[in-house]
Design a protein around this ligand. Structure first.
Ligand code: NOJ
Length: 739
């Protein structure tokens, strides 16, 4: 036994002089460990369990799990966090025969101790550096707390706001989603795995989970190859190209086959065509869920399907633990399949440096220091400011004058703290979150504030209205803070009605009837439907859930100390009947060309086709002019890049940032193409009167589309180029030919 342990120690002390040398060394080290492993120990590495009952009061502890850890039967734990607990469990893992270190994982989705805006909100910033920065802080904090691995980013494209998990992703667009996927992976992981301020990222949920039928969580997905490859897979590919250490598969089926048992996705595409070298973890219990799907007869079959399909680690199904050894011994599963999974997992443990120092990430001093780094709140404030989208600003009522005398704060979310954290907060102390009430009072020091809740989020009565009306009447301006609570979006939080819950619309009407100007701040984890408010409010600020600095960021926007720059990453429907609604839809044979003539056209008789607020839309306190579009050539040959430029000018009175967006349309193709596709964007800061020439490039890949049996192809023809500040406000148009 002693011999084995010192052997592992020697093997683990490989020195790296170059990347390839290190890679070779890690491969060799993995092989050497594998040679020592029994089949049981190999299977052990493939098991992942939640740690809720391995630490904490001894009476609650799952002793069988602790024994499994001691016996080398557990490769990874989720939900064990903090230096103390991770050290304790690691010490137990190191009592196992081969002393293979434990991998600690957690859902660090939008912050660990510091809470950043929910991912959908951050995506509204279109600010890639800001997004990368928050992921990096989240990783640094988690890494200081014993965590090696986050189950993020979620890179699922989502076109259905009923689906509660839209809050966790980058919205509806593949290009934006891919750029953000890369930024988040690099943010979490840093430049190289193994540094103590980075953790492994996980691209999830592979694949097409965002297309769950009818927006209902865990529902099936049925889609064409073209949709899969063009719309849903590219953000995963971007994550893989950015070096994401792991993938998680998903709860849905894809065309009848559960993702966990889907070898087309995991073997053919991910590990085959993409050459992915990291490992795949199942989603929670998704291996055993092949039973209720009616895809596997029993756990034994489910385990076989999953491992053969490329699911390397079993999260909480106990399928590998119970079935894999016998499946291999009976020859039902080839040991090489399991070996490959084990190798992938051990490789990551080596890359992280855990064989060299299993406690590397569990350092009390670093934990104390990193958790209280004051610079993180500045990053949180910047991210929150940038995430806010100004949807309406009638007669420029915003920004409010700082000399404003009397401000009434009304609504159920005025004092919100926990709600502003949104879903997926596993560690943070949400009492630290700045409410709108606090942020506004700090910002408008000279104003006289009054407050009335009016109604709670889910109230069915209007008893609080009178007090709120009186409060409004005694003010110069009313700021209403309305929306969903944090628990109405996230996993398992699908809604069929995405309007404002409870009596909030009625409260708004009652306040509006006072004749006072009403500014609405809307908090939610998804696009909501609020036509009445959109029509009647004087201003609307969409604030999602902004995390720690939410109240300050909102006050900065309302006061004009920050000029809003966010743009919607998802279309906001007028009604649920329009869903799924997204900007890059196809044309039809019968498009509506005149809105007053919809007879026998692809239209609704009771609603316009277009969304209430379009993808890419968002206002600023200044204005921007687009001019001088120049395409470098009238045509390009297949394989060449088309370069184009235009001038962006700040035509307003204050400094501001614009997200200039480039869309294309492939006019005629052998597969019909969307009316518009985002292909580039630039977030540009300009002083009043300042102009800047912006350059975009349309590479061959951006002109390609996916055709079943052919793969990615480009076809000669005319491409339309469209540039503007929103998908529905194109300011410059041109075209070129692809030869
Ligand atoms: C289920 C969720 O779908 C997944 O995203 C998450 O990472 C796991 N549970 C672990 O909490």
């Amino acid at each position: 036994m002693k011999k084995i342990n010192s052997l592992i120690l020697i093997l683990s002390l490989g020195l790296a002089s170059s990347v390839s040398a290190q890679k070779k060394t890690i491969d060799q080290r993995v092989d050497s460990v594998m040679k020592l492993m029994t089949l049981k120990e190999k299977v052990g590495q493939l098991n992942q369990y939640s740690g809720r009952e391995v630490t904490g009061p001894s009476s609650d502890r799952k002793n069988y799990l602790l024994n499994d850890i001691k016996n080398g039967m557990v490769g990874s734990m989720l939900n064990v966090k903090g230096v103390k607990d991770t050290r304790e469990i690691q010490a137990i893992a190191l009592q196992s025969r081969l002393k293979i270190p434990m991998l600690f994982s957690l859902d660090v989705i939008h912050g660990y101790k510091t809470v950043f805006p929910i991912p959908l909100a951050e995506s509204a910033s279109w600010d890639i550096d800001a997004i990368r920065a928050t992921a990096h802080v989240a990783a640094a904090e988690a890494a200081a707390s014993g965590i090696h691995w986050t189950f993020a980013p979620m890179v699922d494209i989502a076109r259905d706001p009923r689906w509660g998990r839209v809050m966790e992703g980058a919205g509806e667009d593949t290009y934006l989603g891919s750029v953000i996927a890369r930024a988040r992976v690099l943010g979490f992981q840093g430049n190289k795995l193994g540094a103590v301020d980075g953790i492994m990222a996980c691209a999830k949920h592979f694949a097409a989970y965002g297309a769950s039928m009818a927006g209902r969580d865990y529902n099936p997905v049925d889609m064409s190859e073209q949709q899969l490859h063009e719309i849903y897979l590219p953000p995963f590919k971007a994550a893989a190209d950015a070096g994401v250490a792991t993938f998680m598969n998903s709860f849905n089926t894809l065309n009848g086959i559960p993702a966990t048992g889907n070898s087309y996705l995991q073997r053919d595409i991910l590990k085959g065509a993409w050459g992915y070298k990291g490992f795949v973890v199942s989603d929670w219990g998704s291996i055993k869920e092949m039973l209720p799907w009616g895809f596997a007869t029993d756990l034994n079959e489910a385990a076989k399907f999953a491992i053969e399909a490329g699911s390397d680690m079993d999260m909480e199904s106990e399928a590998y633990k119970k079935e894999l050894e016998s499946l291999i011994k009976s020859g039902n599963v080839n040991v090489k399949v399991a070996d490959d999974a084990v190798r992938r997992i051990l490789y990551k443990k080596f890359e992280l440096g855990l064989f060299d120092d299993p406690y590397k990430f569990s350092d009390e001093k670093r934990e104390a220091k990193v958790m209280n780094d004051p610079s993180y709140q500045k990053i949180a404030l910047a991210a929150a400011q940038k995430s806010i989208v100004l949807l309406k600003n009638k007669a420029n009522i915003l920004p409010l004058q700082k000399s404003m005398q009397r401000i009434a704060l009304i609504g159920p979310l005025v004092n919100a703290k926990r709600d502003q954290a949104g879903s997926w907060v596993v560690y943070a102390d949400t009492a630290n979150i700045v409410s709108v009430n606090e942020g506004m009072r700090a910002k408008f020091g000279n104003a006289q504030f009054s407050y009335s809740e009016g109604t709670s989020i889910t109230d069915t009565s209007t008893v609080g209205f009178n007090m709120a009306i009186t409060t409004a009447k005694n003010a110069d301006v009313v700021v209403m803070v309305l929306g969903e609570n944090w628990d109405m979006s996230g996993e398992s939080k699908s809604r069929t009605d995405i309007s404002l819950p409870g009596k909030q619309e009625e409260l708004f009407n009652a306040i509006k009837a006072t004749g006072k100007p009403v500014v609405v701040v809307m908090m939610a984890g998804r696009p909501l439907v609020f036509n009445n408010i959109a029509d009647k409010a004087d201003a609307i600020v969409y604030a999602w859930f902004l995390g720690d600095q939410g109240g300050n960021a909102i006050a900065d926007v309302l006061s004009g100390d920050y000029n809003p720059s966010g743009k919607l990453p998802m279309s906001f429907p007028r009604n649920v009947g329009q869903i799924p609604i997204f900007y890059n839809h196809y044309n039809t044979g019968r498009p509506v060309t005149k809105s007053n003539d919809i007879r026998y056209k692809s239209a609704y008789i009771d609603s316009p086709n277009d969304p209430r607020f379009a993808f890419g839309y968002g206002l600023s306190y200044t204005s921007f002019a687009y001019s001088d579009l120049k395409l470098a050539q009238a045509s390009v040959i297949k394989g060449q890049t088309m370069k184009l430029s235009f001038t962006l000018t700040n035509t307003g009175k204050v400094t501001g940032e614009e997200v200039a967006q480039l869309y294309i349309q492939d006019k005629v193709a052998s597969l019909v193409r969307p009316v518009k596709e985002l292909k580039d964007f630039a977030k540009v800061k300009l002083n009043s009167g300042e102009s800047k020439v912006i350059n975009f490039e349309l590479t061959p890949a951006k002109l390609a589309f996916y055709k079943e049996k052919f793969g990615w192809i480009t076809e000669p023809g005319i491409f339309k180029v469209m540039i503007g500040g929103s998908s529905d406000e194109i300011k410059l148009e041109g075209d070129f030919k692809l030869r």
